[in-house]
Every structure is written in C-alpha cells, then in structure tokens.
Design a protein around this ligand. Structure first.
Ligand code: SUG
Length: 406
C-alpha cells in the first residue's frame, strides 16, 4: 500500500472558496504561508515514511490557472484570481479513487470535483498527471463535469475488508437534481454508482451521508469516518441508518472492528478532524496519524479509549495548520494506492533523501508569506512557474491537460 500525498503550490492561500467547509469559510482572506504549507505536507510524509510505509508525492498543478484567467479576464476579479491561484489540489484524497473490480484489476478513477469551480479545474490536470506518473495503473477519466455527477473521489469511498470478503462503500450526499436546505452536498448517488460501474464493481454498498453531518460541516464523508482493512473509526451520525449499514457490512465481509466514538458531538468532530486521521497498519501495529488539534480535551480522551481498547497501538500527532485552515486534515492529503511501488514512476516515490531535496526545493521557490493582494503580482506567477521548471521536477513526465476536457 502506497500513500500518495499532494504538495501545495507557491500560490497556496485561503480563498474562502468552499461553502459548507467551515474552516475554508472562517479563514477567507487570511495571510498564508505557502512555504510552511509545503513543509508541513512534507513533514507528514516523513512521519508516515518513518512508520515504515511506502510514500510518494504528486507535484503541484500549474497555478495560477492561466487558461481560466485568460478566458475570463479574471485578473480583474478578486474571486476569480483566488480561484485561479487555489492550491486545493493538495487534498489528494479528492483526486480520485482506486479499487479492484470484480475481475481483480485495480483501476483508478479520476474525480471530476464538479461541485465547486476551483476544484473542478483540478480534474484535467490530475488526470494527465496520474496517467503519466502511474504507468502501472489503469487510470480512468473523470465523469462528465456537471454537479449531477459530482464526484469527490476517495473522500467518499472506502474499501472494507473482513475475514469473509471485501465491500466497496460509497457515501453519497444527495441524488442528482435534489436540492437541500443547509450546507451543500457534493457527491451524488448517480456519480458513485457510475464510478463503481466504471471500476467494474458490480455490488457496491451505496450509503447516504447523514444530513446532520453535512450541516455540521462534514462536506466529505472522511471528515466523520476513516476506514482501513477491517477497521472503521466513525462518528455515530456519519451515515443514515448507520447501524443497519454496519450490520450489512458485517454480513458481507464477516466481523469488523468498528469504533463508534460516542460522547463526541459533530461540532467537535469537525473542529478536531479526529476522524480525518490516517489509520495505518504498520509492521508494529495500528497507528493513528492525527492532527495536533486532537492532542487535548475530548478528542484526546477518545484516542485514549481507542488505545485502551486495542483499536490502535499508537498515536502520532502532526501539525498541518496551513492545510487545516482550508479544511483538510491528514487523510485529505493522501490517496491510498494498493499497488506495488513499481507501478509508479520512481521519481515520485520518496525516501528521506528525496524529502530533503523537496524541502530545499520548497525553500528555493516558495514565499513565507502571501496576502490576497500578492496574487495579482506577476513576479509571483513567474516564481510559481519557475518552481515547476526546477530540475528537481523537470525529469518527471508531466503532460499537459487533454484538450477534450472542459
Ligand atoms: O474541497 N478545501 C477543500 C478541502 C478538501 C478536504 N478533503 C477531504 N476531506 N478529503 C474542499 O473544500 C478550501 C479552498 C479555499 O477556501 O481556498 C478547499 O477547497
């Protein structure tokens, strides 16, 4: 299993671009630190690497999105400029999702991220990148880019494996065409069903996200649930009919280890991102890689119970402040690839030396401080382009987006 993490780009900022994502809205317009954001992403990769996991990275997508700016004369419009400079692609759990079809073949389906304009712009670039950088994995193009097929990738999909079998769980927020009061729901049933079909999964388990979770700020399922193998760490209000769904999963897969964290309201879940921790099966047991926001108070107490119950053997805390301010925790930053490292271009697989080289690259090209006004600065745009042209990344086959995708 490889953990594939994103890196933010040199124009990383806080655009307030995601309705229903409380952290994104709360930090709109805040001063950002692209350098700290990239350093924190790399530090998490190092932590995971040191736990004995295979780790890889995806280079940033080119930003500002010059095509968008040209088509809209967007440099005159602060919202479009924020959108064009967004580094939201860093949240690689949304780049797509991967699973084995009924024929046993692993396929990666790129997500269209059609719910939001700044994220929808990621899909063509990520499709091109993943195709080029994962030569050993069939990479399927995203669904047509319309909110009716809104697909957010692995954030709303998890593979549950028990002693008797495996079940692919897809969590949907709404039906196509359905409107709801409260925060928007991004993932449609139609999208998840189509993704499962394209991946060759004939009997996926489609689950409806609990409306209370969406309205508390769980814009993705992975804000209230994380699963790995036979383990599920879940908030009691993550899904509709949750107990029945869990019983059905056990029926299909055999007994599972399910930790339903009680005494922990949805607001605390969304503030702390406990359920967005990475759950890793290492050679030395189960490890929870949790955000530092879980170090105290109720999340800490919940983690202690998980340790006492043997659900996990160890917890490690990571500081992802710059990612958390946009609503992304440890699990948002990674896409799990259940394939051998040989399926990836060797240039994206990291070891300690590669991480150090990437840190030096970040220090060469990323500013420590960025305000919204800076986004208009053409020097910043040149710096951002230079970062991607650096010899460190130039060796990678980065193709341009396919022209057919709008
Ligand atoms: O889509 N935030 C992202 C956070 C994605 C988190 N990923 C997972 N849960 N898997 C989003 O809402 C904020 C951008 C801004 O406000 O500038 C943003 O896009």
């Amino acid at each position: 299993m490889i953990q594939l993490d994103g890196l933010p780009g040199p124009t990383h900022g806080f655009g307030g671009l995601s309705p229903g994502n409380l952290a994104s809205r709360a930090h709109a317009g805040a001063v950002s630190s692209p350098r700290r954001a990239a350093r924190q992403a790399l530090a998490k990769m190092r932590t995971v690497l040191e736990l004995g996991m295979a780790q890889a990275f995806l280079p940033p997508l080119p930003r500002p999105d010059l095509d968008l700016l040209e088509r809209t004369a967007g440099w005159e419009d602060p919202w479009l400029l924020r959108l064009a400079c967004s580094s939201a692609f860093v949240w690689t759990a949304n780049a797509g999702t991967i699973a084995a079809g009924d024929d046993g073949v692993y396929r990666l389906m790129v997500a269209n991220l059609a719910a939001l304009p700044h994220r929808q712009r990621e899909a063509p670039g990520r499709w091109a990148q993943l195709t080029a950088l994962l030569p050993g994995v069939p990479v399927l193009p995203p669904l047509p880019s319309h909110p009716a097929w809104g697909d957010e990738g692995a954030a709303n999909h998890t593979t549950v494996t028990g002693p008797r079998g495996t079940c692919e769980v897809f969590v949907v927020g709404r039906e196509a065409g359905e409107t709801r009061t409260g925060h928007p729901a991004r993932q449609t049933r139609e999208a998840s069903a189509a993704v499962a079909r394209r991946m060759g999964i004939r009997a996926p388990r489609l689950v409806r996200q609990h409306p209370a979770a969406i309205d508390a700020g769980a814009f993705h399922n992975d804000v209230v649930m994380v699963g790995e193998g036979d383990r599920l760490l879940i908030h009691p209000l993550a899904w509709e009919d949750q107990e029945a769904v869990l019983a059905d999963l056990e029926q299909r897969c055999g007994p599972l280890r399910v930790a339903v964290v009680q005494d922990f309201d949805l607001d605390q879940a969304v503030k702390s991102y406990l359920f967005n921790s990475q759950l890793l099966l290492t050679d030395n047991g189960w490890v929870l890689v949790a955000p530092i926001q879980c170090q105290d108070g109720p999340p800490r107490a919940a983690i202690r119970r998980l340790l006492d119950d043997g659900f996990i053997d160890r917890v490690v805390f990571v500081d992802l402040a710059e990612s958390m301010m946009g609503g992304g925790g440890p699990a948002c930053l990674r896409l799990r690839l259940p394939v051998p490292p040989g399926a990836l271009n060797p240039g994206i697989v990291v070891d300690e030396l590669r991480i150090q080289a990437l840190e030096a690259w970040v220090d060469r090209h990323y500013r420590d401080r960025l305000t919204e006004d800076d986004l208009r600065d053409r020097t910043l745009w040149q710096e951002a382009a230079a970062a991607l042209e650096d010899p460190l990344l130039r060796g990678l086959p980065l193709t341009t987006p396919p022209p057919s995708l709008g």
